[in-house]
Ligand binder design. Structure first.
Ligand SMILES: Nc1nc2c(c(=O)[nH]1)N[C@H]1C(S)=C(S)[C@@H](COP(=O)(O)O)O[C@H]1N2
Ligand SMILES: [Mo]
Length: 302
């Protein structure tokens, strides 16, 4: 049976305007249009036309189920997602375990329509349901010395056959700097289109950071740890110098094997034209200040 929870916005409300004007942003005093940068605004209407559920669930990376983009849809059903809980530990005043039931009842689940962008230069627009990671971190009581947050995916090779092979170091791990983790655009997503998260998209709960490349969006999370030091991250371990800790979408830093200057929308059709990649995936107005003074083309900052 599908779980039910409250959404601030319903599908029929999901016009660009209602998305920009969600309650949290109003409380934060941000202007509606500020969700998009200047370049993004020009394409706002077009950019925020969500992909279909079919598109969103059929072309994914989830290496625990295979390395092909069609494997997650074929095989992720094997994963048992109930019961589920997330352990929160490290430099927090209230370490402990949140069950999915606690999470769904305790936090404000709302719809966020985000542009998403992957290293392979495909993009989608996804109507996530989720809550701000900052809300969970504030319940946990992050201590002053904590400067980073680490995330870990479930390790269960019986159900995640990819983990039986050394394709990546398992379990998949990711991390954010504390200010990135606390940013209101950073959400823990529990659903898509008002339905519980499809397994291939990271059921029952995954990270979404819309100004970063897709691999930062770690799926099926079982542990969140507050740390003083920058944690290791799976793709930076796999290919140091190619994938970095920050992984901000940046048209000026190419992947060694292809350009990141343009992108193609999944489902845009065979003749859809490539469009320019936007700095920070179009969220420049919101997040550029986090990186002031950093050279985002330097290898240590990619
Ligand atoms: N645990 C885990 N999370 C993961 C991955 C993975 O292989 N394992 N792949 C990442 C990559 S490379 C991308 S592009 C996104 C793709 O999935 P999505 O379209 O559902 O965001 O998931 C990310 N999260
Ligand atoms: Mo990716």
């Amino acid at each position: 049976m599908a779980r039910r929870w409250t959404n601030d916005l319903t599908r029929s409300d999901a016009t660009p305007r209602s998305v920009y004007m969600n309650r949290r942003q109003l409380m934060a005093g941000l202007g509606g249009a500020s969700l998009l940068g200047v370049a993004g605004r020009a394409h706002a209407q077009e950019e925020l036309e969500p992909n279909s559920l079919e598109e969103i669930t059929s072309y994914n990376n989830f290496y625990e189920f295979g390395t092909s983009k069609t494997d997650p849809k074929k095989y992720a059903d094997q994963l048992t997602t109930e019961p589920w809980s997330i352990e929160v530990d490290g430099l927090v005043d209230n370490p402990g375990r949140f069950s999915m039931e606690d999470i769904l009842s305790q936090f404000d689940i709302e719809e966020r329509i985000y542009r998403m962008r992957c290293v392979e230069a495909w993009s989608m627009v996804i109507p996530w349901n989720g809550f701000e990671l900052a809300d969970l971190l504030s319940v946990a009581g992050v201590q002053d010395e904590a400067k980073f947050v680490a995330f870990q995916t479930l390790m269960r090779p019986e159900e995640m056959p990819g983990q039986q092979y050394p394709i990546l170091e398992w379990p998949y791990v990711e991390g954010l700097r504390m200010d990135e983790a606390m940013h209101p655009l950073t959400i823990m997503a529990t659903g898509i289109y008002g339905e519980p998260m499809p397994n291939q998209n990271g059921a029952p709960i995954r990270l979404v950071v819309p100004w970063k490349y897709g691999f930062k969006g770690i799926k099926s999370i079982v542990r969140i740890t507050a740390l003083a030091e920058q944690p290791p991250t799976t793709w930076a371990l796999a290919a140091p110098g190619v994938y970095g800790f920050y992984a901000n979408v940046n048209p000026n830093v190419d992947h060694p094997n292809w350009s990141q200057a343009t992108e193609r929308r999944v489902g845009g059709g065979l003749f859809s034209k490539r469009r320019d990649t936007l700095m920070f995936n179009g969220y420049e107005d919101e997040v550029a200040s986090l990186y002031e003074g950093m050279d985002l083309t330097a290898t240590e900052n990619i």
